[in-house]
Design a binder for this molecule. Structure first.
Ligand SMILES: [Zn+2]
Length: 154
């Protein structure tokens, strides 16, 4: 009995994938994707999206979260938005921590979004690279906690 046989599926479309595709995709993208979805991923990367944002988005979607990748809020593009939960997720590179102007600009954006009723969670992309699934589980806990407090209804 091969317990891992069902682990070889595409995280985006759920189709079964072969071992070599699985190995290639996890090495190249950090997540298992079929050939079609690898092309989708490459197209996303040619824009401003990072691999870390894509992977977190895919894991959240798979867990049933109504997340949107690269949502424009009228002012700026949010990496991952969950409008129903009024939660924005920004997956940030190191310059967001080390560059004071960037950090201040981020905080101002957080405030502007908060005024409109949206809370922003900032996640370092290093965390996504090292602990993608654990980070996604904690975000799920936040979403469930917010729902239980009737902050929103999803
Ligand atoms: Zn796929």
């Amino acid at each position: 009995m091969n317990y891992n046989s069902r682990n070889k599926f595409c995280y985006k479309c759920d189709s079964d994938i072969y071992e070599n595709e699985y190995q290639y995709s996890t090495n190249e993208f950090g997540i298992a994707l079929c050939r079609n979805c690898q092309n989708w991923n490459r197209a996303k990367l040619s824009g401003k999206t990072t691999q870390e944002a894509i992977n977190l988005f895919l894991v959240l979607k798979r867990r049933g979260v109504p997340a949107e990748l690269e949502k424009f809020d009228g002012y700026k593009t949010i990496d991952i938005a969950i409008p129903e939960a009024k939660l924005n997720i920004e997956v940030d590179g190191q310059h967001h921590n080390y560059n004071p102007n960037q950090a201040l600009s981020d905080l101002q954006r957080t405030m502007h979004s908060f005024r409109k009723g949206f809370y922003t969670v900032r996640i370092p992309n290093s965390l996504i690279r090292d602990n993608l699934y654990e980070a996604a589980e904690i975000l799920l806990d936040i979403l469930i906690e917010g729902r239980d407090r009737n902050l929103y209804d999803i």
